[in-house]
Ligand binder design. Structure first.
Ligand SMILES: [Zn+2]
Length: 249
């Protein structure tokens, strides 16, 4: 990989977060998942991503995502989990929360919705892998409740950010979804589409987050498949990376 290819492969989200929070997602078809490519290549990609943010990869924590709804509270002892291999990540976990500085919460996705939560002053953060299965099992509400229980934050003081995910323009689903999410399916040309972002937004609101506190980058990974991995465009193994951390200072 030459240097020019590495330019602009990160979107750092600055204006929506307090100064003590660092949040970003990858742009460009650079893979961050060990299950897709030789470890040396993935590690190199991860090092480039983190160096551009001035964050240490050794402080990263990766969950072993399984499309369920288990939330893990992590701290300084978990730094480095999943850094060098998928199997060393936090097992059976689709959401991570922390209030410890310099513990970098990481998520790997290709169409599923990555959600970043932060308390408005930046004292606690969370990251959620929100696919339809996890949402159905309550992963969003469970993460918010875990932040309330563990860190004493109020839901109305939490803000949510939606990173790129498949949009209702492209998320084609089967008939059975009419029963699962009856209010979130639209039909065009006898085909049904799920609006997972609006579904996730409703879950956030139901859990007490204020309407003005939910921001969506409004990018569809399938429409923008030249910039993002999309499972439904055939990217079955490669994954983009979304991160959030509380800075040291
Ligand atoms: Zn689309």
């Amino acid at each position: 990989m030459n240097n020019s290819k590495n330019v602009n492969q990160i979107c750092k989200i600055e204006n929506l977060f307090p100064k003590n929070i660092i949040a970003a997602f990858s742009v460009g078809k650079v893979n961050y998942d060990y299950r897709a490519e030789p470890a040396s290549e993935v590690l190199k990609n991860r090092k480039i991503f983190f160096s551009q943010l001035d964050v240490e990869l050794a402080k990263a924590v990766f969950p072993m995502q399984v499309h369920k709804a288990d939330v893990a509270k992590v701290d300084e002892r978990d730094r480095g989990r999943g850094e060098f291999s998928f199997e060393h990540g936090i097992a059976h976990t689709d959401a991570l929360i922390t209030n410890v500085k310099e513990v970098v919460l990481c998520l790997l996705t290709a169409d599923c919705l990555p959600i970043i939560f932060h308390e408005l002053s930046g004292k606690a953060i969370g990251i959620v892998h929100a696919g339809w299965k996890g949402i159905r099992l309550g992963v969003i509400e469970k993460t918010i409740q875990a932040m309330v229980n563990e860190f004493g934050v109020k839901p109305q003081d939490l803000k949510a950010f939606f990173a790129p995910a498949i949009g209702s323009c492209c998320y084609e689903v089967g008939l059975e979804f009419l029963d699962i999410f009856p209010d979130d399916i639209s039909s065009r040309n006898q085909t049904r589409f799920l609006d997972i972002k609006n579904l996730a937004k409703k879950k956030c609101l139901n859990a007490g987050i204020l309407p003005g506190s939910i921001k969506d980058v409004s990018v569809c990974t399938k429409c923008s498949n030249e910039k993002f991995f999309s499972y439904r465009s055939g990217d079955y193994l490669k994954r983009m990376l979304t991160i959030v951390a509380i800075k040291a200072g």
